[in-house]
Design a protein. Structure first.
Length: 101
């Protein structure tokens, strides 16, 4: 494995982390600001479209380079999901997900 391959893999991992932060952070911000507002479906739909467009475009750019780099990007994307779930999801009595009645 060459130094260039390691640097490119690390860059794709960071790119995936950025995409994950945008996607899941945007979801968190949308839910925090939308709950309790009248007719939230428009804001939720607009947020979904923007977040998906940015994430898919980011993955597409990486896949144009090389397919194996896609997996580094995907790993960074879901690593951010795990971290944000642990950090932001602790407001529920120590649980990470919503409790059902």
């Amino acid at each position: 494995m060459t130094v260039e391959a390691i640097l490119l893999g690390s860059a794709c991992l960071l790119w995936g982390a950025f995409l994950g932060l945008f996607y899941f952070g945007g979801l968190w911000m949308t839910l925090k600001t939308t709950l309790g507002k009248p007719r939230p479906e428009y804001r939720l739909a607009a947020s979904l479209i923007v977040r998906l467009a940015v994430a898919l475009a980011g993955f597409w750019l990486v896949m144009r380079m090389e397919l194996s780099l896609f997996f580094f990007t995907l790993a960074g994307f879901f690593l951010v999901r795990i971290v944000l779930t642990r950090v932001l999801g602790r407001g529920n009595g120590g649980r990470y997900h919503a409790a059902y009645p």
